[in-house]
Every structure is written in structure tokens, then in C-alpha cells.
Design a protein around this ligand. Structure first.
Ligand code: SF4
Length: 322
């Protein structure tokens, strides 16, 4: 591990200034992902800016029924109102990691965790994300975990977060602070596709800090994750669904997939199959089919197409039965 400076600012402004003053600085929150990357020589920052003492660890309910989740709230957050209002989010958090890890991992860190692509985490392999321009070992390697949607010739990795998938279905907004002040980024625009610059994973600027995640009031939601084993595994395919039904007819629907793209993948075609229709098995089946629209399977990940269809159908069915 390369030596680095460590700073522990006492305010958001101080943290932003520390990031701005050192181009090699990185934020450390819970450290559940970053510490392994430091240990394995995947990341070598000149400075770690610790954001654990900035007062960002609170849930704040707003008069309009929305909630602001501080970026340093832990993934083990246990709040009865959160469970009632956003069951899909709490299911995603609980499926994301062991209780020990969730007690450390933060919401902000969860959004910013790095891909689990094995070649990214092994410095002896070429990886455009870790070392831009070096190539992509995954293109001719094991393709089982690679992306179905939005991949590029530069990178075929997927984003590992469960929480972020639920946040897309729940129409969240990410609040950030930087040298120019505060700004709000819709969660769908927060993560970006790899294109020719897979090293750039989010819309966050280098000297900006995630301070909170805002969730507007949302319809009933549900999260379903399919993985190799029941615990401590990342999603092969997951789906978050949020559906408003009134008088037996779907008034609104948001569906997002995990494990299939470099960002949570919103399924607009599947949503269109639901809105204005009865929330019944035939429309749910059509939504599952539509969720595969635009999929571009690669050698080794063809199984994910059928998995997407089935996970979406089952997530919607379980929501309807809840
Ligand atoms: Fe690196 Fe992306 Fe290729 Fe994986 S898929 S080796 S993260 S460039």
C-alpha cells in the first residue's frame, strides 16, 4: 500500500476545500470498498479525506412527506417510517451486504462503490477503468458477470449497488456540495455509461461531495435480487419496482434493473407496458418481455436476458401480492 496523507475535516466546506487542493485526494466514508482497493493496490490516493465527522448521518423528514437521507447514514439504518414509505429501498439495503458491513457502509459510499469486475480488482490485468488506455481484459475473459445494456468496446462492467437500483425506481435526487455551492443531480443522471472513458463513473466532479439523497413520496415499491448464493453475493440481475395502482389500473410505474449495466438501468419500455393497464398477470408478463428490449448479450452472459424477464415479472407479481 502506498503511503498517503489523512485528513479529517470538521465541516462540508473544509472537506470540499481539501478535495479541491489535492488532485490525488479521495473521500473515505465507511471504507468497506475503498480499504480493499487500497490494500490490493488498485487505488493509490495521495490523501484520504475522512467525511465521518461532518454531521451527514441523519434522516430528515420534510413536511411534504419526502425524506433527506444524509450521505453518512449507514446502510443498516433502521427507521420504521422509512420501512413503511420505501420498502423497496430497505429490501435492497438488506440484500446488499452482511449486517457488519451495513453498519459501516454509508449511503454516499454505496453510490460511489467501484465495480466488482474481477479484472478491475486485479492489477496484473489490463483495465481501461483502472488504467485508461490499457485495454479491457474482460472482453476476451469470463463474460458471465458483464453488462447486457449500455456497454462499450472500452468497458463491459456492471455497477454493483443494490441501493442505487432502488433509488432509481424511487426517483431519488442526489444532493452534492462543491466549490461553486450546492447542486442536485437526479439519480438517473448520477451514474454514467462507460463510452470511451470508463474511468469516469458518475456526474460528480472531483472536488464535489455527496451530502444527501432526497426521496420524494413514492408509491408501493419492492426489490428482488437474484444471485449465485443467498448471502454475500452481488446481483446477477435485480429489479426494483415502484407502482401506483388505483381502481385496478396502473397510474404510474418505475422499474430499474441491477447487475446489467454500468448504472442502474431504467426500463422505460416495461413501464409503458404497465401504465394505463390493469395490474394483472398478462400486463406483468408483457412488462417482463419489454424489460429485455435493447439487450445486447455477450458470450457468457446470455443467461441474463431470460433472468431479466423473470426477475421483473416476479418483482411485479410480489409487489401486487404484498
Ligand atoms: Fe476494466 Fe471495465 Fe474491462 Fe472490467 S470491463 S476489465 S472494469 S475496462
Amino acid at each position: 500500500m502506498r503511503p498517503f496523507h489523512y485528513s479529517r475535516p470538521g465541516s462540508v466546506g473544509e472537506a470540499v476545500r481539501a478535495l479541491g487542493a489535492d488532485p490525488g485526494a479521495e473521500v473515505i466514508a465507511g471504507g468497506t470498498d475503498l480499504v480493499t482497493l487500497l490494500r490490493d493496490g488498485v487505488r493509490a490516493p495521495s490523501q484520504l479525506v475522512d467525511v465521518n465527522r461532518l454531521g451527514l448521518d441523519r434522516l430528515s423528514w420534510q413536511p411534504n412527506g419526502s425524506v433527506h437521507i444524509g450521505a453518512m447514514c449507514r446502510n443498516a439504518v433502521d427507521d420504521s417510517r422509512l420501512r413503511r414509505a420505501y420498502p423497496g429501498l430497505v429490501q435492497a439495503l438488506r440484500s446488499g451486504a452482511s449486517p457488519q458491513i451495513r453498519n459501516r457502509a454509508s449511503f454516499g459510499g454505496n453510490l460511489l462503490q467501484r465495480t466488482r469486475c474481477a479484472y478491475f480488482r486485479l492489477p496484473e490485468f489490463d483495465c481501461n477503468k483502472r488504467n485508461p488506455g490499457s485495454g479491457c481484459a474482460a472482453l476476451n475473459g469470463d463474460g458471465a458477470q458483464t453488462a447486457l445494456f449500455g456497454a462499450s468496446p472500452s468497458c463491459v462492467a456492471v455497477h454493483p449497488s443494490d441501493c442505487a437500483v432502488a433509488l432509481v425506481a424511487l426517483n431519488a435526487v442526489v444532493h452534492v456540495e462543491g466549490p461553486a455551492g450546492a447542486r442536485r443531480i437526479p439519480i438517473e443522471e448520477f451514474h454514467v455509461l462507460p463510452g470511451e472513458t470508463p474511468q469516469r463513473e458518475t456526474a460528480l466532479r472531483r472536488d464535489e461531495l455527496v451530502v444527501a439523497i432526497e426521496l420524494p413520496p413514492a408509491p408501493p415499491s419492492h426489490y428482488l435480487k437474484f444471485r449465485d448464493r443467498t448471502s454475500f453475493a452481488f446481483a446477477l440481475v435485480s429489479a426494483a419496482v415502484a407502482v401506483e395502482v388505483s381502481g385496478g389500473t396502473v397510474r404510474s410505474a418505475r422499474i430499474a434493473l441491477g447487475g446489467v449495466a454500468a448504472k442502474p438501468w431504467r426500463c422505460l419500455a416495461a413501464e409503458r407496458e404497465l401504465v394505463g393497464k390493469p395490474f394483472t398477470a398478462p400486463s406483468i408478463a408483457k412488462a417482463g418481455d419489454a424489460a429485455t428490449e435493447g439487450a445486447k448479450p455477450r458470450p457468457g452472459n446470455e443467461y441474463k436476458v431470460e433472468l431479466v424477464r423473470r426477475v421483473v415479472r416476479r418483482a411485479l407479481t410480489e409487489l401486487g401480492n404484498a
